[in-house]
Design a protein around this ligand. Sequence first.
Ligand SMILES: [Zn+2]
Length: 276
Amino acid sequence: MRHKKKSIIPLTLFIIFIIGLLVFGGLFIIKKVNAPLIAESLPSHILYADFELPAAPEPDTDLNLNTHIVAIDAGHQAQGNSEHEPIGPGAYETKPKVAGGTSGTSTGIPEYQLTLDISLQLEQELKNRGYTVIMIRNSNEVNISNAERAVIANESGAEIFIRIHANGDNNPSTAGALTMSPSARNQYTSQISSECQRLAECVINAYCSASGFKNRGIITSDTMSGINWCTIPVTILEMGFMTNPEEDIAMQNPDTQMAMVTGIANGIDSYFGMDE
Ligand SMILES: [Zn+2]
């Protein structure tokens, strides 16, 4: 019995080895034979579709290169809203939802009408330059609070928010334009304060150089609901003093309005580095 067992083991191993060679060799041959068979059986358009070159893209015009999105708020509305709202997310301090605004001492035109006129022209000018424009309002007959305007701008996909206003003062000789920005210490805008400063600077400098209005610079304010609720860089442009008779009349002149609008758009170009 012992002798028989010893002679069976190497024989069994040899048989397994031979079977193994046959099986692996067979698989290898099947693989080689099948590959071209499968390829030949497919319709040619499936095999070669992936290798077709894409059509050459249409050449871009200058307009199409601009992908920036700008939100514009024409300040105020026909009727102010004296209900209160928090001046920032989680704030205890409140302010009226929308103030009534000022009006022209010479022309009698209300601020909400001037801001809408300029905003609609700015919308067209920015579109001409290839921008996508979000208008917070297109009519005077709305009721949108300053915080709501900021939230609409935040959620619109806009990269920056330009708020158009005109100024008023007890002294009729007070004149000139300014922009507003939150300070570096503003607890609501810590993520955007430095970009607001840069935006405010671009807009006031370009606006004054195009319109000829006196440059009163940038004022910082940390109590503006329409700024504190913003999560995108924002500035308020006070275009001039409606309580100054000359500036009030000038701001109704179509040529001056065109220069004002060009200046604001130039400032936006400058912010985005589109003027280089
Ligand atoms: Zn205003």
